[in-house]
Design a protein around this ligand. Structure first.
Ligand SMILES: [Fe+2]
Ligand SMILES: [Fe+2]
Length: 198
């Protein structure tokens, strides 16, 4: 390698190793402290929050409705599952129901942190939910309906992750963790559908 090329590659390495410079509103501690003090009533929501909070809370409320509907559907399926595989599958329904309820609570808590109001009103719950409520007549119907609902939840959570982008890492982290569990639920249901068919 020629000397000039070596110098240039050394310079490139040096540039690549240069740490990013913190924006002035972080290095200016006085301004940062004053800003935090000024908006103290807004709790966790600071002036650098760039998303439309009303829109974020509306999406989270739709997700909350979806979780509540899924909780109710799994509970119904838990109590009414019958047949040779019924008790085994019911235990899975029960576990999923508990996890959907926990998701609902996490979403409600985040809506509160963002200054919104979690919507637990049963009126219109089915319309607000992405997924549908189905009783399911036999075990296979129940599992299939639950699997369809999980697939709907997966798509809607993935869309929400895209909407949030890098602008709200806390909500995004929460939604991603819920999404991972819905994918696990769908995977469980595929296995149950196969075993119930045999
Ligand atoms: Fe869930
Ligand atoms: Fe789920």
């Amino acid at each position: 390698m020629k000397i000039a090329a070596v110098k240039s590659s050394v310079a490139n390495v040096a540039n690549a190793a240069t740490p990013p410079v913190a924006p002035s509103h972080i290095t200016d501690k006085k301004a940062l402290r004053e800003q935090a003090r000024k908006g103290v009533g807004k709790g966790a929501v600071t002036p650098d929050y760039t998303l439309d909070r009303v829109a974020v809370c509306a999406h989270l409320n739709d997700a909350l409705a979806t979780e509540l509907v899924c909780f109710l559907r799994y509970k119904r399926h838990y109590y009414t599952a019958k047949g040779i595989h019924g008790r085994f599958v019911a235990a899975e329904f029960q576990e999923h129901a508990g996890q959907e309820l926990a998701h609902a609570e996490q979403l409600a808590e985040r809506i509160m942190q963002l200054g919104g109001t979690p919507d637990f009103n049963p009126a219109g719950l089915a319309e607000r939910s992405h997924a549908e409520y189905h009783d399911g007549l036999v075990l296979q119907d129940m599992i299939r309906e639950d699997l369809i609902a999980e697939r709907i939840a997966i798509e809607s959570y993935r869309a929400l992750v895209r909407f949030l982008g890098n602008e709200d890492p806390t909500t995004r982290l929460l939604v991603e963790s819920i999404l991972a569990m819905e994918e696990q639920h769908a995977d469980d249901l595929v296995d149950l559908l196969e075993s119930a068919a045999n």
